[in-house]
Design a protein around this ligand. Structure first.
Ligand code: PLP
Length: 444
């Protein structure tokens, strides 16, 4: 943790919650105090599940192996890292059976709840019948899921290419845009995160996530950040910067614009209203395609809509997704129009595990659970309530500089000075440690 603290420029605190209902009416929601944490942490509501006793290695043994055998780049949350051994819906359990409300969802991934029985069943059933074959043979799992996924997207967005991660999906989307337009220049936003391979690291615009290696062809526009941005919440003003970048930084033609609707790694920054429609117009006038990175904001998390971009009234040319698509199974996808999809036929393009039957069966089950359990509506209702309560806290506590986001993609930014918006670096670590279940992130 100290190493991260030394490396980063500023801290923000963001809070995610899985899409499950927090409390059922039958559950006891009284906030009594217990144990060593009396006076600090309210007791959990009742929950009808006890994990089996854990008999595996403890935290120290795992830490020793990590130190010796795993990349030193791997870091843990909290002064005393949690050994998470079980998950059940919105809860995680440590090696002592202690239960935590998971406000992080494995980085906005476990949208249906941990080990959701329908998703587990789909994975087990498919694993028993066929685990892997590649797309060189026919199998119904990939085709059924592609059809179901396409039905969740607007317009002509109906051709799916499956990947294993968000990075792969964005790499592919950017390459397709370059092939389709014959241009190399891509515009992304400052404070964006799009992945960690060559192209996506170029599109990422936070120095903490960028290594000093060649990254070509991406221009980073002013971030339409309503809290810290130059023009507050006036989206159209920020959009002029895109026109400037096109005019002064490119030949006048671009391959694409790529953005998240709510920047996740960047600290839950929702793009200022009016920004995306203006930018999409400028990009299309310059011959480019518009790519929506829905890796964090997709699959009902934002509550008001199924996709984050829908809240801005735009229709992208390419949509990329991962994380919530598989509820924890490695899966990503690029969805685009038949016309754009055609570019990949110019050469052989292949991904060994992309579209794997087990992963796509899981993805299909996730879509069904979101629908069956009205998880989008739940994210809207629970998220709006949580946002309201967090905003109430803001009016009581000077240290809360901003409460933002939508649905269950919410962020709380702590500052030591509201005027100067100075990141509360020390305090955030304290809050995180006490809450154990929140997430820090690093921003410019
Ligand atoms: N895009 C966004 C918006 C992300 O938040 C992330 C990861 O956090 C990625 C892309 C990269 O996804 P992955 O880590 O699955 O490669």
């Amino acid at each position: 943790m100290q190493r991260i603290a030394a490396r980063q420029k500023s801290w923000e605190f963001r809070q995610f919650l899985g899409l499950r209902r927090l409390y059922s009416p039958a559950q006891n929601t009284s906030a009594c105090l217990s144990g060593n944490d009396a006076g600090i942490i309210p007791a959990m509501p009742a929950f009808d599940y006890t994990p089996p006793p854990y008999t595996g290695p403890g935290a120290e043994e795992i830490m020793r192996k990590r130190r010796e055998f795993l990349s030193p780049s791997m870091f843990c949350f909290y002064k005393k890292p949690v050994n998470v051994v079980h998950g059940k819906m919105q809860y995680l359990f440590d090696d002592n059976g202690r239960r935590y409300l998971d406000a992080f969802g494995g980085i906005a991934t476990v949208n249906c709840g941990h080990c959701h029985p329908d998703v587990v069943r789909a994975i087990v059933d498919q694993t028993k019948s066929l685990q892997h074959s590649t797309i060189l043979y026919l199998n119904h799992a990939i085709a059924d899921f592609a059809e179901a996924l396409a039905s969740k997207l607007p317009g002509d967005l109906k051709v799916v290419f499956f990947t294993n991660s968000g990075t792969e999906a964005n790499e592919l989307a950017m390459m397709m845009a370059r092939l389709y337009t014959g241009c190399h220049d891509i515009i992304s936003l400052r404070n964006a995160y799009h992945g960690n391979a060559a192209g996506t690291m170029a599109a990422t615009a936070q120095c903490n996530w960028k290594f000093n290696v060649v990254q070509s062809g991406v221009h980073h526009a002013l971030n339409p950040d309503p809290y810290r941005g130059l023009f507050g919440a006036d989206g159209e003003k920020y959009a002029h910067d895109i026109q400037d970048l096109i005019h002064f930084g490119t030949s006048g033609h671009v391959a694409a614009f790529i953005s998240e609707a709510i920047q996740g790694v960047g600290g839950i920054v929702e793009l200022a209203p009016g920004y995306l429609p203006a930018v999409y117009n400028s990009i299309r006038e310059a011959g480019g395609l518009c790519i929506a990175d829905e890796v964090q904001s997709g699959f009902a998390r934002v509550g008001s809509h199924f996709w984050g971009f829908e809240a801005h009234g735009v229709i992208p040319d390419i949509v990329t997704m991962a994380k919530g698509i598989g509820n924890g199974i490695p899966l990503g996808a690029v969805v685009t129009t038949p016309e754009v999809a055609e570019v990949l036929t110019r050469r052989c393009y292949f991904n060994t595990f992309g579209g794997n039957p087990v992963c796509t069966a899981a993805g299909h089950a996730v879509l069904k659970v979101i629908e069956k359990e009205n998880l989008q509506e739940n994210a809207h209702i629970v998220g709006s309530y949580l946002k309201k309560r967090l905003s109430d806290l803001k009016s009581k506590h000077e240290i809360i500089g901003d409460v933002r986001g939508r649905g269950l993609m919410l962020g709380v930014e702590l500052v030591t000075d509201r005027q100067l918006k100075t990141p509360a670096k020390v305090e955030i670590l304290q809050v995180m440690d006490q809450m154990k279940g929140t997430c820090i992130c690093i921003s410019l």
